[in-house]
Design a protein around this ligand. Structure first.
Ligand code: TPP
Ligand code: MG
Length: 320
């Protein structure tokens, strides 16, 4: 990987982290309708995977999806406007944080229904196969979602038909307040891949370079029409499940240990030590990202809310 690519990866991870911090702050000011599910701590997954995708590839996201959108190339201002429910947002303010989508960048949608993204990804994979292109789909979902029936059905069909899907499980150890150990005996969710006859790989979800490599391999396999891969990224969310959750169910030592493995700090350290990148250069990038986020917030705050008369527009498809 060349230096420009490494720096691009750092910038993207930083954009996601600072974006999330801003959303958290705006929520406190009552500017975000509904709730929010923060992605801080999991940035390496979105960026490590999406840096292997082309503009015409697809992603399918979850309730914790701001990071996936930004990693796939969503503009910060339109994403922020959507989260604030403004007319200038990607879905004219009607999707909000949990139902944001933008087909023009291959972002097929976030969904608040746990596990609902997997069949959508399989469907997109089938559409690619029928159209005969070499696109791929990356489907993000959580450890909790991997216990839904949709996980089994979607992966099994994708395996049988050799569909070009990267099933990316973000195992952050918890589904709301439920720890993985309370609901499954398996330690590695990737092992479930063997039930479908496809490769399954567990990777350090806080190491962006490791994820990049695994996703690269899975991407090649998908583009070569060899079928899907299940990638389990072991990671941790820094905050509670949603804005309302103080996450007191997590042992303090566990939180401390994971915070010490912050993906952003680890990658910065690596860039400075092994990547041969200067501190001053990274400081400069940090300033640019802060400015970009501030301008996105201004854009969103200055934008109007949709008119109540538009409430039902774009909600149902036209009958043709
Ligand atoms: C079908 C369904 N069941 C339950 C819920 C309530 N719910 C929302 S998020 C969530 C936990 C999801 O956990 P996981 O898949 O691990 O994703 P994470 O929140 O950790 O990113 C649950 C149970 C829901 N939204 N949809
Ligand atoms: Mg989880």
């Amino acid at each position: 990987m060349d230096k420009a690519k490494m720096v691009k990866i750092y910038r993207k991870m930083l954009e996601i982290r600072f974006f999330e911090e801003k959303v958290f702050e705006l929520y406190g000011q009552n500017l975000v309708p509904g709730t929010i599910h923060l992605y801080a701590g999991q940035e390496a997954v979105a960026v490590g995977v999406c840096e292997n995708l082309r503009e015409d590839d697809y992603i399918v996201s979850t309730h914790r999806g701001h990071g996936h959108c930004i990693a796939k190339g969503a503009k910060l201002d339109k994403t922020m406007a959507e989260i604030l429910g403004k007319k200038t947002g990607y879905c004219k303010g009607k999707g909000g944080s949990m139902h944001i989508a933008d087909f023009s960048i291959g972002m097929l949608g976030a969904t608040a229904v746990v596990g609902a993204g997997l069949p959508i990804a399989t469907g997109a994979g089938l559409s690619i196969k029928l159209r005969g292109t070499d696109q791929v789909v990356a489907c993000f979902f959580g450890d909790g979602a991997s216990n839904q029936g949709t996980f089994h059905e979607a992966i099994n069909i994708a395996a049988i038909w050799k569909l070009p899907v990267l099933f990316v499980c973000e195992n952050n150890l918890y589904a709301m307040g439920t720890c993985q150990t309370q609901v499954m005996l398996l330690k590695d969710i990737a092992k479930r891949a063997s039930a479908y006859g496809i490769p399954g790989v567990s990777v350090n979800g806080n190491n962006v370079l490791d994820i990049f490599e695994v996703a690269q391999e899975a991407g090649k396999r998908a583009r070569n029409h060899e079928g899907p891969t299940l990638i389990e990224c072991k990671t941790y969310r820094h905050k509670g499940h949603s804005r309302f959750d103080p996450a007191t169910y997590r042992p303090k030592e566990e939180v401390k240990a994971w915070l010490e493995q912050d993906p952003l700090h680890q990658f910065k350290k690596w860039l400075l030590e092994a990547g041969n990148v200067e501190t001053t250069y990274l400081d400069q990038i940090e300033k640019q990202v802060i400015t970009a986020i501030e301008s996105a917030v201004k854009f969103a705050k200055d934008s109007p809310y949709p008119d109540p008369h538009e409430a039902l527009e774009d909600v149902h498809a036209e009958w043709r």
